[in-house]
Structures are given as structure tokens and as C-alpha cells.
Write a protein that binds this ligand. Structure first.
Ligand SMILES: [Zn+2]
Length: 299
């Protein structure tokens, strides 16, 4: 099944009921075939309504979804599976409000489902360190009024953005919400997302000078009309981010912005194998630890 399904029609046909979703999770969790953790026997049967696999010999019950992102879910798995396809297959993604209408759940349930998916995406993003020539910049998103850089940007959220500059095209991208662009926030973001010793292009904002501690930092003061020549890809990416947030979510602000950034980067960084993203996200859901949602914070 891996990487074969490209349309929602096929996805929907393949994961049409609870049993087929459970079987997909079993196949991903136990690729060599199910093995009872108590007695080691390999035969048993699925108790579909309880999401458990019962051993044919010792009758031990093994939860199929425990320890995954679907841990303790009360939602039918079909709703999860269809939702993760929509999240991963469309550049515009899907809002909680739209998901509410499509799968018949409350807004809060839809939002929690999406937040869990975005948390897993963010964790997956964090495994990769950007390298090579990297464009590095800050940006402001959300809010209704234009604001000054660094301060006074009422209602806006400050983010740091790093984008690989590969042979005239953008590579991997990382983004982080920060309270302010300071030496500390820049250093922390760089250490989390960049491999050491890379070549960084910036626009010479003073707070970015700390990048020279671990990287070859090239800072150029650029007037706005020239900025797209020195930092072309990071600006394209920021522009695409703003369109995505406005188009799908009609703008965002507050505590959940980082989760939206995580989702945006996850899809963007996998755009060259777009057809595989739903399957990859499904595998991530099965291999990821359970997510117990906490209220999000700003940084
Ligand atoms: Zn057993």
C-alpha cells in the first residue's frame, strides 16, 4: 500500500471502515506479523470495536492504538485517516472549522485532532538540521496593523526563518515563534535547527551577529527593493506562509502559531514527494508517542 495511493478517492476506498484502518496500523506496528507480547504466539484475531488484538493461545489483549498518536482516541479511526490525508495532501491544508463539517465532529474535537497531527509534524521537523548556504531572516505575521520591526508591531507574532539556498532553489525550511529577535532567541533557534559550521546570509540586523559564533555569517545591509536578490528564497517562503495563514485560517495569532508553522514546514519540506506525504504522515502517527495536549505558549 505504501506510496501507491495518490488520490483521495483511492485513500477513501482503501480506508473505508474501522477494520481496514486498524489493519493498516497493525501492518505498520508489526511489519513481520503480529506477535503476542505475553506468549510470543503469532495468531489471533482483531476485536475491532475495542481496538485490541486477542492472542489465539493465551487470549491476552494487545491494544492496537495504545502508544501511538491514536492512543485512547474516542473518534472512529476512519475520521483520523481521512483527516490526515486532507492535512497532508493540500498546500492549503484544512481548518478545524472545515474539518468539523467534513467529518461531523465538534470544533474542539477537530482542533484537538489537528493539534496532535501538528505536534507530530513539528517533532519530525526537529530531526533535520539545515546545512549548506542558508538564508536567515525574521518576519512578523498576524495582527491587523502594520508594525515596526522588533517592537511596536501590535498583535503581530515574531518568527525566525531559516531556508536552505540550494543551486538557485529553496531547500529545507525551519521556523520558530520568538518573543523578540534577541541574541538569545537567535542563538537558540540556530542551535536547534542548523548543523554547525554553515554559511549564513542575513540582512545585518544587529541581533543576528551571534550567528558568527558557530557559522560563517555574511551580513549585507540591503534596501527593501534589493532584499529579494540577497535573500530570495526566505522571502518567497515567508510570503507563501502569509498566504497560507490568510487563506486557510484567515490569519492566526496567539498561542498556536508555532503549530501552524510546524504544519507548514512539514508539508513544504516534503513537496518533492508530495504523493507520499499522506502515507508518511500515517506512519508518523503510528510510530509517534501519544500526544497529551497542553495549552500552547508563545515561545
Ligand atoms: Zn499470547
Amino acid at each position: 500500500m505504501q506510496a501507491k495511493i495518490t488520490s483521495f478517492w483511492e485513500w477513501q476506498q482503501h480506508f473505508a471502515d474501522e477494520k481496514s484502518c486498524l489493519q493498516a496500523i497493525i501492518n505498520l506496528r508489526w511489519p513481520e506479523g503480529f506477535c503476542c507480547p505475553r506468549c510470543g504466539h503469532q495468531k489471533g484475531w482483531l476485536l475491532q470495536t475495542r481496538h485490541v488484538y486477542e492472542c489465539a493461545v493465551c487470549h491476552h489483549h494487545t491494544s492496537v492504538t495504545a502508544g501511538t498518536l491514536f492512543h485512547n482516541t474516542k473518534l472512529p479511526l476512519v475520521k483520523w485517516f481521512w483527516s490526515l490525508y486532507w492535512v497532508s495532501s493540500d498546500k492549503g491544508s484544512i481548518s478545524a472549522l472545515r474539518l468539523t463539517k467534513l467529518i461531523g465532529v465538534s470544533w474542539l474535537t477537530a482542533q484537538r485532532l489537528l493539534r496532535k497531527l501538528r505536534t507530530a509534524m513539528g517533532d519530525q521537523n526537529n530531526l533535520y538540521k539545515l546545512s549548506g548556504i542558508i538564508e536567515f531572516d525574521d518576519a512578523f505575521i498576524g495582527g491587523k496593523r502594520a508594525g515596526k520591526r522588533g517592537r511596536g508591531a501590535a498583535g503581530k507574532t515574531t518568527i525566525l526563518v531559516a531556508c536552505e539556498h540550494n543551486d538557485g532553489k529553496p531547500g529545507f525550511v525551519a521556523m520558530k515563534v520568538v518573543e523578540q529577535v534577541t541574541h538569545e532567541s537567535v542563538r537558540a533557534f540556530a542551535q536547534q535547527t542548523l548543523a554547525p559550521g554553515q554559511t549564513l546570509h542575513t540582512d545585518a540586523l544587529a541581533a543576528l551577529n551571534v550567528l558568527a559564533e558557530e557559522h560563517h555569517h555574511i551580513a549585507k545591509v540591503t534596501p527593501p527593493e534589493m532584499a529579494s536578490e540577497w535573500l530570495p528564497w526566505v522571502h518567497v517562503v515567508i510570503s507563501n506562509l502569509k498566504s497560507y495563514l490568510l487563506g486557510t485560517y484567515h490569519g492566526v495569532s496567539g498561542n498556536y502559531v508555532q503549530e501552524y508553522l510546524d504544519e507548514f514546514c512539514y508539508r513544504l519540506n516534503r513537496r518533492f514527494w508530495e504523493n507520499q506525504i499522506p502515507n508518511r504522515l500515517l506512519t508518523l502517527c503510528v510510530t509517534h508517542d501519544p500526544v497529551f495536549l497542553q495549552p500552547a505558549t508563545c515561545s
